[in-house]
Design a protein around this ligand. Structure first.
Ligand code: AMP
Ligand code: MG
Length: 296
């Protein structure tokens, strides 16, 4: 296990690189056991103690950028971009924590959050991508997927809910869908929250340590934990096979909650900057309207 608090000198070699570059999964074979779950790439502080301030400091800029996105969506929906933050990770990896802490900095009016659970009876009547397509963000909006189409090659594969021949063709189908939606103007930020086997145990135990946390505990999570290697292999294949240029994966080390939250906020900030959005032009004569308001 790495030292609990990273020394500042460790971050300096990466200072000029964006978190987008640092966390981007390289193309090629994926071995999750080789990807550190406790590292803090690009983190500019000393450790946990700086994290609340560093994360909160991103708020005003994220908020301004997201308002531009929203404004563009309102003024010119046909041309406005959309953002989709997709969160995947083993139980306890912190999808909920990221939504609360990182995405919580965004005006709720600009967010479309969807949590994908085991399909309902209605959803089961349709193709597995049906519910995904329905939940894609509208122009100017930030969509958040808490779990996603990837469950259909993760839990579905590990639990053998459909035959191999069925899930095996889904990687290409998912790539094709992601190509279509990115071509249509959606920028995807696909985050895999990478937590270690040991840290998951500690978090499950913590959920049993006080009545306030019982609601987060799901006995089924321990059954999934028993299949850890199969899940890790399913994740590795999903990441490897769906790590495209149009929709790349970001692997977020998630053993340190404070780093995970900061890193996803940073990814959001960097992608919003990348949209290069200006405020929409007035669709009316500003001078004439000023004169009218003055007289009103
Ligand atoms: P949670 O995110 O803790 O609320 O749990 C949601 C549960 O729904 C997880 O156990 C997922 O594996 C499960 N789930 C999500 N999508 C699917 C799917 N397509 N098929 C089967 N189970 C799913
Ligand atoms: Mg859960």
């Amino acid at each position: 296990m790495a030292a609990k608090h990273k020394k500042k000198s460790e971050s300096s070699p990466h200072a000029s690189q964006s978190v987008t570059q640092l966390l981007r999964l390289p193309s090629g074979p994926v071995d999750l056991s080789k990807l550190d779950t406790a590292s803090t790439p690009g983190y500019p502080g000393e450790g946990k103690q700086d994290a609340p301030a560093l994360t909160q400091a991103l708020g005003p800029e994220i908020s301004d950028l997201q308002e531009r996105l929203y404004a563009n969506g309102r003024s010119a929906p046909e041309q406005a971009p959309r953002l989709l933050v997709l969160l995947q990770g083993m139980d306890t990896s912190g999808k909920g924590g990221v939504i609360r802490n990182a995405m919580g900095m965004v005006d709720p009016q600009g967010i479309q959050l969807t949590s994908f659970k085991a399909p309902t009876d209605e959803e089961r009547k349709h193709h597995y991508l049906w519910r995904i397509k329905k939940a894609l963000p509208d122009p100017g909006m930030v969509g958040i997927f808490d779990r996603s189409q990837y469950e259909d090659v993760l839990v579905v594969r590990v639990e053998q809910l459909v035959p191999v021949s069925e899930w095996n063709k889904r990687y290409d189908e998912i790539n094709a869908l992601e190509k279509k939606i990115t071509d249509e103007g959606t920028t995807m930020i696909k985050c895999f929250l990478h937590v270690s086997f040991e840290e998951q145990k500690a978090r499950l135990a913590a959920r049993l340590s006080s009545p306030e946390k019982y609601w987060k505990y799901n006995p089924g999570d321990v059954d999934a934990r028993a299949k850890w290697p199969a899940y890790q292999q399913a994740y590795a294949d999903a990441l490897e096979r769906c790590n495209t240029d149009h929709a790349p994966w970001f692997v977020v080390p998630a053993d340190r909650k404070w780093y995970r939250n900061w890193a996803v906020a940073q990814l959001l900030r960097e992608h919003l900057i990348g949209l290069d959005l200006s405020w929409p032009e007035a669709t009316f004569d500003v001078a004439a309207e000023k004169a009218r308001v003055a007289k009103a």
